[in-house]
Write a new protein. Sequence first.
Length: 89
Amino acid sequence: MVFERDVEHIAGLADIGIVKEELDEFTIQFNRILDYFDILDTVEGDCVYEQDRYNVLREDVISPSLSQEDALKNAGETEDGFFKAPRVM
């Protein structure tokens, strides 16, 4: 069973701000989810279902695409023939 202090702890770990008014509803939702897992635990897992296996991926088809010049035409900044993006720290 999950308690409000558990929900606050989980929210802190996930860096999610939950106000006090929401704690009760989130606690109820967490406990409902755990109840569903309890139901799933009662399902027999011995049955193995045979399925036909087939490739759902298509074959690669080479088709014309943009030239490097056309791809960079509307770029804000380029460097050595590539897109230049702001540094992210």
